[in-house]
Design a protein around this ligand. Structure first.
Ligand code: CUA
Length: 323
């Protein structure tokens, strides 16, 4: 469709992810439907106002009986059009909201006024995100202060970055290049300066880039997390009866003292580090001190990456015999 790609290039940012074309098609469909009906109704208003205007002072309007076929038509047709919009949009959202399992996981911390990014291998950058082309990328994000929003127009993705919890975003870049990264939520004086670049590279160049910088030790997230685990002495309680075992914890369902059952996902683990008394596991006392203030969000992400590997080493329920 020649005309459509021309329109897209003219009005829209570059299209550089698997979502971009899909989002644009839906968006242009919505615009086309709106333009069609606005035009139709505008001209009908003008036409009817002229045709049925009052022609003399003593003219009386004729009695008109409604035509039900007309009423049914203008009810059913908009219903069908709006259901097309709904199903189309919901389908797209379903894909958008579910990062594929094999996605590479990056971690993002927003703070006034910068983006701090950690690669799976431990490489860190600020206001820059280097990724390989053709690979699904998942971002797990949080904020150290206020709400920000991570926005890459060329990929047609945007997600709030919220203090106190993790949000996720994923995309698969399709074209090497450099694309704008914005903060899309007003977050204070330098909100407009909270910008950066996403650099999409051929996989080989990405590998070279990863290993190219010798100034920084590329210690992996997991090994940084393991150091924190030892430094904060997590094991002293979590290996005896004072605290629940962390082995195989990630992804498991946990029963709490108040009888609730929650899944031990990233948000649960983070809350249990920062605010341990919020969700105490059944059978345990709320003994654990809070680590908010002692551990920053990037460290919490590293610790989390390590705790997840505890799950991988020892699959859940090997020595569980609870009902
Ligand atoms: Cu961060 Cu606006």
């Amino acid at each position: 469709m020649m005309s459509m790609s021309f329109l897209a290039n003219f009005f829209a940012p570059p299209t550089a992810s698997t979502f971009a074309g899909q989002v644009d098609r839906l968006y242009f469909f919505l615009v086309a439907v709106s333009v069609f009906f606005v035009t139709l109704i505008f001209w009908l208003v003008v036409f009817f106002a002229a045709k049925y205007r009052r022609k003399s002072e003593d003219e009386k309007a004729a009695l008109v009986h409604p035509d039900y076929r007309l009423e049914i038509a203008w009810t059913v047709i908009p219903f069908i059009i709006s259901m097309v919009m709904f199903v189309w949009g919901a389908n797209l959202f379903y894909v958008y909201a579910r990062p594929p399992a094999q996605a590479m996981e990056f971690f993002v911390v927003g703070k006034q006024w910068m983006w701090k990014i950690q690669h799976p291998g431990g490489r860190r950058e600020i206001n820059q995100l280097h990724v390989p082309v053709g690979q699904a990328i998942k971002l797990t994000m949080t904020s150290e202060d206020v709400i920000h929003s991570f926005y890459i127009p060329a990929f047609r993705v945007k997600m709030d970055v919220v203090p106190g919890r993790y949000t996720q975003l994923w995309f698969q870049p399709t074209k090497p290049g450099t694309y704008h990264l914005f903060c899309a939520e007003y977050c204070g004086t330098s909100h407009s300066g909270m910008i950066g670049n996403v650099v999409v590279m051929e996989p080989a160049r990405y590998e070279a880039w990863l290993t190219g910088d010798t100034l920084e030790t590329n210690e992996s997230l997991v090994s940084k997390g393991e150091k924190l685990y030892n430094q904060f002495n997590c094991n002293s309680c979590h290996s005896d009866e004072r605290g629940p075992s962390l082995k195989g914890i990630y992804g498991r369902t946990v029963e709490l003292v108040d009888g609730r059952r929650v899944t031990a996902d990233e948000n649960y683990l983070r809350e249990s580090i920062m605010n341990p008394s919020a969700k105490v596991v059944k059978g345990y006392q709320p003994l654990m001190p809070t680590y908010a203030g002692q551990m920053n969000e990037e460290q919490a992400m590293q610790l989390m990456a390590y705790i997840k590997t505890l799950a991988a080493e020892q699959p859940a329920a090997t020595k569980e015999s609870a009902p």
